[in-house]
Design a protein around this ligand. Structure first.
Ligand code: SF4
Length: 496
């Protein structure tokens, strides 16, 4: 059965020669890097849960290509129920890890490529879809972790790709050969790429005629010649290396272990190319990806917030404030915001509809509303967590102070609140809350799957204001009333 164990995932990473840099230094083995290990451990959970009978229904699916039971992270959405199960999977994984588990970008990129290759073939007579299905079968069979690489550096934001001073500001084809193409450029904010098997490179924006070299979608092995990963910094990342109770989220990463991935003239053979110059389809491709990914946030951030709400509720017990009505009300407010976004994600999925290729798309208005709410609610939930946990979050001494025989007892004595809990417990919870409401976490909620304005543009387009104006006119000025009713201000109609 094509379901890797967590151990097989880690071993399979060992077999790759990924060129990665952390803290400016070349990392010989990503698996042995303490900076990357928490992110690998997070992804390992996605593999582990697929083997648990109680989670089989949400974590796995039947491949529509082979009929085999596969990981849901390699599945093409075949129904609205599949979309709902995906959101349930995300909430579950968020609850288990408290962070971003990285594989959804690759999943949505797989689905977007599946859909667009079908569309292009139908219109242009190309053979991208069959090619992609062969690739997909390999991904499903080997249960690969894929990173979706979309966000180009973009250079001068007021200029199109073809107008940039540096033409490499967007990933592009620099050479076409009979057996493939050579690509150059970079993708930023690449979630999970550094611990993935494959990188699925897609255009990050809609393109116009004249920008054919930028219209490239292709799959690149993470350790292909010319691929370089440069790991990003995260809030408090060096604390991860210290051990003890100051770490925050001790076992898992903070967000997705984002890196910049650079393509230094990387050769891509024809069988791994899924779009090559067809600019007219790039906008739809980006839209497919973004719509699916925006709905996700109601699931994954829902699970993350469950853990944060749990940590905050426990902190109120440590402080002895848990019975206070105002404290309870603030916890309810956190729960309310969290369940609202989750409900929207489930709704967007339940109202999914089939695309021409047969796979299912989430309802776009609700999907974009989910992500728009996330850009606010994650901050608001964090704010309430800070409110309830107290100023101690920003001023607590470090663990080394506890270990110092001269001052350790003083720190313990004056930081003890409810004596049923020891100070280490308070600090651990405080550090978790601090870490998981850090700048990195908040910024990811703001800009992941597109910045807030991107959702608002879609929402305005989807809202059809003209239709709403018509509704208002009909309600206010309509005349299709039941005859004979004495409606004030309406001409009285006589029943014959
Ligand atoms: Fe998945 Fe959420 Fe991470 Fe995106 S932010 S990859 S949806 S866990």
């Amino acid at each position: 059965m094509p379901l890797k164990t967590p151990e097989q995932y880690v071993e399979s990473l060992r077999e790759l020669s990924i060129r990665a840099y952390v803290g400016g230094e070349r990392v010989e083995s990503i698996v042995d890097s303490p900076s990357i290990a928490p992110h690998i451990n997070t992804v390992a959970k996605t593999y582990e849960l697929a083997h648990r009978p109680e989670h089989r229904d949400v974590m796995t699916a039947e491949s529509h290509l082979t009929g085999e039971r596969i990981h849901r992270y390699t599945h093409i959405f075949q129904s609205a129920d599949d979309l709902v199960k995906k959101i349930q999977m995300l909430r579950l994984l968020g609850q288990v890890t408290g962070t971003c588990f990285q594989r959804c970008v690759g999943l949505d990129a797989l689905n977007a490529t599946y859909a667009i290759t079908f569309d292009v073939d139908q219109a242009e007579g190309t053979d991208y879809h069959a090619r992609f299905r062969t690739y997909l079968e390999m991904v499903q069979h080997d249960d690969l972790m894929l990173a979706g690489a979309m966000t180009d550096p973009k250079g001068h934001r007021a200029r199109r790709p073809s107008e940039q001073e540096d033409p490499d500001a967007f990933v592009r084809v620099v050479e076409r050969r009979p057996d493939g193409v050579v690509i150059r450029g970079a993708k930023l904010h690449n979630t999970g790429g550094i611990n993935s098997h494959e990188v699925l490179v897609l255009p990050g924006t809609g393109l116009i005629p004249g920008e054919e070299d930028y219209a490239i979608a292709c799959a690149v092995p993470a350790d292909a010649d010319g691929v370089v990963f440069i790991f990003g910094r995260q809030s408090n990342d060096s604390r991860k290396l210290e051990g003890g109770c100051d770490i925050g989220n001790p076992r898992f990463g903070v967000v997705g272990g984002e890196a910049m991935v650079v393509f230094e003239d990387v050769f891509v053979p024809n069988e791994r190319i899924f779009l090559n110059g067809e600019t007219a389809y790039t906008g739809t491709l980006v839209n497919y990806f973004a719509t699916w990914h925006r709905a996700n946030y109601g699931g994954c951030k829902g699970g993350n917030a469950d853990v944060l709400i749990g940590a905050t509720a426990k902190m109120t017990r440590v402080l002895g404030t848990e019975k206070n009505a105002v404290v309870k009300d603030k916890l309810v407010e956190m729960i309310h915001m969290n369940e609202t976004t989750y409900a929207s994600a489930i709704g967007a999925s339940a109202m999914g509809y089939p695309l021409p290729c047969g796979s299912y798309m989430v309802e776009p208005m609700m999907a974009n509303t989910v992500k728009q709410n996330i850009t606010r609610n994650v901050y608001q939930i964090g704010r309430l967590s800070h409110d309830l946990a107290g100023g101690f979050l920003a001023t607590m001494p470090d663990e080394k102070a506890l270990d110092n025989p001269e001052i350790g007892d003083l720190v313990r004595k004056y930081h003890t609140a409810n004596p049923e809990y020891d100070v280490d417990e308070r600090i651990k919870l405080g550090r978790y809350i601090e870490n998981m409401t850090s700048v990195t976490t908040m910024v990811e909620a703001m800009h992941g799957a597109g910045s807030p304005q991107a959702q608002r543009i879609v929402m305005l387009g989807q809202a059809d204001l003209e239709d709403k104006i018509r509704m208002a006119d009909d309600v206010i000025n309509g005349t299709d009333d039941v005859p004979g009713l004495p409606l004030a201000g309406r001409p009285t109609t006589v029943v014959e």
